[in-house]
Design a protein. Sequence first.
Length: 274
Amino acid sequence: MDEARARIRVGVGGWTYEPWRGAFYPAGLPHDRELEYASRRLTMIEVNGTYYSAMKPATFAKWRDETPDDFVFSLKASRYATNRRVLAEAGESVQRFCTSGIVELGAKLGPIVWQFAPTKQFDAADFEAFLALLPKAVQGVPLRHVLDVRHASFACPAYLALARRFGAATVFTESDDYPSFADLTGDFVYTRVMRADAGEPEGIAPEVAAQLAACARAWHAGGEPARLPRVEAAAAPAAEGRARDVFVLFIGGAKEKAPAAALSLLRALAPAVP
């Protein structure tokens, strides 16, 4: 990763959601202009649709052309690769997803999110075999992988060591519903905040926005925030002092407030985020 270009990015999951119309999106905005609008107010979007079905290369090219030059999409990888009993047998599904046309996004291709079922337990040998299947690049476009592990068995040093060996980041899920540990395993930070609040006009309270902004700045500067849940007591020494890309997504909680929460965080980060 080019440290000089490391950024803090803030966004939401998807961009098509009826309750956002007339709230985040102006009344009367054509539906086919929602991505154009969202991408000029947020700095990234996580695409959920790629988890459920394959997209055509022309679709990725269309998204690329409708968004600003510095915008980024993270893509949730196909469920056919991750929702299986034996992950070592996912090679064909991994390759099919990675060669499906995602490279059409070019420089706008952010991390690939490999999401595992909450029932999927950590099996070191099988998970190592899966990580070995993840390509580092496709058609000359570098790929960055982030693992969304949702079973408590992954909160162990063996998992952390394995993910670090393969250079794969781990999603820090800010939620009470899934394992939540902030140990870093890659050279970037990817966090999904599932606490947007329907009772807050801006989606999150001002003090929460300030706390999230402080965490994002610490990660971006190469440090690690204090008082976050961890498996290991100390930060990984090799991670200290290096600028990182930081991706903060508002995904769960009161989804209708996710854009407002993202905008609140962007304001709290200004002028750190252009």
